[in-house]
Write a protein that binds this ligand. Structure first.
Ligand SMILES: [Zn+2]
Length: 293
């Protein structure tokens, strides 16, 4: 694999130029037949346009496929980053033997993706699979999307950080409390302290795992998935979150779905989205080739 990284562009033209530059750079070492983009935001399938990207505003409103294809002379597949990660784990990772899979990415927010019958489910407009924004508590904390009590507001990396700050103020003498007195606690601090055995940090991760499991139990009841893959930065905590999530799924989901489903950690880490987008580009290239011949 060849990697190039660029700083986040701040204008539409620099963004497109940077993408084209990256593609041409990779083309120096490999024969490139298609391009897959994993984009953080909601994408309308028909127009291949990003309509909402709170963390990368510059990309909103750009018909990426139409703009980029003439620039690079290659077919371009555009996909939501979590759908791309779902596809990566389905094709090459923790769910490669399954036909019905769910992916939940625990990062700053919570993203998701659904594969049923070996197909990525995008819904009528392409906006489906937003598993992080299912309400799990009507009066819960405000979510970044504007709703209250979304799964994201309880089990994401930012939610873990926020809850840790609350627990730290309740237990000022604990390792969590002492670190909080020095600086703002982040999700990754909680994992480090939990591994060192801090009770407060362990309880924060367990609580996030329980909320995750509450969400997953609902998804499993609806979809009867064989595998649930959990990825994203917060999976540094691995079993410290997943054990509680699995328990909740077993307590709450219906039989026989709960006996079938396996909740696993993602196998490809940050590469699941990259590999998934590449596989989607390959599928698109083959489809376009078949249509042309
Ligand atoms: Zn939300």
């Amino acid at each position: 694999m060849s990697r190039v990284r660029y700083p986040t562009p701040n204008s539409r033209s620099t963004l497109l130029q940077t993408l084209a530059q990256g593609i041409s750079k990779v083309s120096e070492c490999f024969e490139v037949t298609g391009v897959g983009l994993g984009v953080p935001g909601l994408i309308l399938t028909q127009e291949n346009k990003v309509i909402f990207s709170p963390n990368l505003r510059v990309i909103e409103g750009i018909p990426l496929k139409d703009e980029l294809e003439p620039k690079v002379g290659l077919p371009v597949a555009v996909e939501n980053d979590n759908n791309a990660a779902t596809w990566g784990e389905f094709r090459f990772g923790a769910g490669s033997e399954a036909k019905h899979l769910l992916f939940v990415g625990l990062g700053t927010g919570i993203g998701g993706g659904i594969v049923m019958y070996g197909q990525l489910l995008r819904g009528a407009q392409g906006a489906g699979g937003e598993l992080g924004h299912v309400t799990v508590q009507a009066t819960g904390p405000r979510c970044a999307c504007g709703n209250r009590g979304c799964l994201e507001a309880f089990a994401s990396g930012s939610a873990i950080g926020r809850r840790a700050r609350e627990v730290a103020s309740e237990r000022p003498g604990s390792a969590l409390g002492q670190l909080a007195a020095e600086r703002k606690l982040l999700g990754e601090d909680v994992t480090d302290l939990a591994r060192e055995g801090d009770e407060g940090a362990l309880s924060v991760l367990k609580e996030a795992g329980r909320w995750l499991g509450i969400g997953l139990a609902g998804f499993v009841n609806i979809l009867n998935s064989e595998v649930v893959v959990v990825g994203g930065g917060a999976m540094e905590a691995g079993e410290l979150i997943l054990k509680a999530a699995r328990r909740e799924v077993q307590l709450r989901a219906l039989s026989p779905s709960r006996e079938l489903v396996e909740v696993r950690e993602a196998a490809l880490g940050p590469d699941s989205g990259v590999l998934g987008a590449a596989a989607l580009a390959q599928d698109l290239t083959q489809k376009e080739y078949a249509l042309d011949s």
